[in-house]
Write a protein that binds this ligand. Structure first.
Ligand SMILES: Nc1nc2c(ncn2[C@@H]2O[C@H](COP(=O)(O)OP(=O)(O)OP(=O)(O)O)[C@@H](O)[C@H]2O)c(=O)[nH]1
Ligand SMILES: [Mg+2]
Length: 385
């Protein structure tokens, strides 16, 4: 009798276990199904984004990124083509990035893409190359640097239009024939200057964490000039990279270049990777990097135009006056004002338009949160765009 009961119990227990296993399995299946559907939904959303944004880039006209209103009171008939320089350490993937843009935006096959890369023992970029020449924005490919500290004056010459497209970017250290690249003093008109910057860094670069220190002068210079650089981190490895690691790398790139995290993008170098087909997330990162660089480039033009004496009357509210009025309204103390002024100096902010533009990047330097909050609100009230 006792034996029969225990057999019965065992049967129940084993039935229970089977049932539980089946439930667990079903739960797992539903979870996977939900994940798959969510991923599909995300991909569809990204594809829809690309379908909309790629033609927008192809049809880009100056002013489109900030909206025509942004330039309504600023004469801009001289501005037809936006120039964006792609710079960064040698071998980082600048030329591959440009070729991927050609592939995605111009629809070229990789064989038809013509930024000179380091592939099969070739030297890489040595001339200033202009790409995307059928559009109203161009990407300028530059010669990579080894020692970033000594590279600033060369980059300056490129930014100011001193080095022209197709010219050799000649260095003192070269054994090549040709003149050394001119210096920044040979400045061109605003239309001929460079308006935007994209810095490409290699995900696996062992020097990655050194750039924050080494590129300090660049950051300062960019800010002073009114540039809003974009960073692109490229990796060659196959498969997904861990989220945490990617976050860390993008944060490092952002602080090295002085571009906030929302101006920093990460994507695979599909030309150098075994995964040749450019994935939807890579395309999205690439397009977003371009769009963000164009916004930054238009902001640069706007700052330069506003700073132009002819337009000075539009910025009649000087930084000092703005601060004085805000102080009177909020009763800030001497220390607070000193801290604000130090923040402006440290970040090379000399006029209200630049302050408004760079406020999200610099606001954390204002120590007191209350002062920070109201300074932000005061800025929102100003009509300098
Ligand atoms: N497999 C493969 N790898 C490539 C190819 N082209 C470039 N690479 C690799 O991709 C990496 C980036 O190359 P580039 O885009 O030329 O680098 P870069 O930053 O333009 O280099 P510089 O112009 O010399 O400063 C390097 O490690 C190259 O060896 C290619 O066609 N096939
Ligand atoms: Mg190159």
């Amino acid at each position: 009798m006792g034996g029969e009961q225990s057999r019965e119990e065992t049967r129940y227990v084993s039935d229970d276990k089977k049932l539980q296993d089946a439930i667990d399995k079903e739960r797992e299946r539903l979870k996977e199904e939900k994940y798959r559907r969510e991923k599909e939904r995300q991909t569809k959303k990204l594809e829809a984004y690309l379908e909309k944004q790629i033609p927008k880039l192809q049809n880009y006209e100056f002013g489109n990124s900030l909206g025509k209103d942004a330039f309504s009171s600023i004469p801009c008939s001289d501005m037809k083509v936006i120039k964006i320089v792609v710079f960064g350490p040698t071998g980082a993937g600048k030329s591959c990035f440009i070729n991927m843009v050609q592939h995605v935006v111009e629809g070229r096959s990789f064989e038809q893409c013509n930024a000179q890369t380091q592939s099969t023992g070739k030297e890489g970029t040595i001339h200033l190359e202009s790409h995307l020449n059928n559009y109203n924005f161009r990407l300028l490919d530059t010669r990579g640097f080894f020692e970033e500290r000594t590279y600033m004056s060369e980059l300056d010459s490129i930014l100011s239009g001193g080095i022209k497209v197709d010219e050799l970017i000649k260095r003192d250290t070269d054994n090549m024939q040709g003149r050394v690249s001119p210096t920044a003093s040979q400045v061109s008109s605003l239309a001929d200057r460079v308006h935007g910057l994209i810095c490409v860094l290699d995900y696996d670069d062992p020097r990655f964490n050194m750039y924050n220190d080494r590129m300090k002068e660049y950051r300062k210079q960019f800010k002073k000039e009114g540039y809003s650089p974009v960073s692109v981190v490229v990796y060659k490895s196959h498969g997904d990279i861990p989220d945490e690691e990617a976050k860390e790398r993008t944060a490092e790139a952002a602080s090295a270049i002085g571009s906030p995290i929302d101006r920093t993008f990460i994507l695979r170098n599909h030309i150098a990777s075994s995964e040749k087909e450019v994935t939807v997330p890579s395309k999205v990162a690439l397009i977003q990097a371009l769009e963000t660089a164009l916004i930054g480039a238009e902001m640069y033009v706007k700052i330069k135009k506003l700073a132009d004496t002819k337009n000075r009357k539009k910025t009649d509210m000087t930084l000092d006056k703005f601060l004085k009025e805000a102080r009177a309204r909020h009763g800030w103390k001497d220390d607070d004002v000193t801290n604000i002024k130090e923040t402006f100096n440290k970040n090379d902010i000399y006029d209200l338009a630049s302050l408004k533009l760079f406020w999200p990047d610099i606001k954390d330097d204002v120590k007191k949160w209350g002062v920070r909050l109201f300074l932000g609100k005061e800025l929102e009230r100003t009509d300098v765009h």
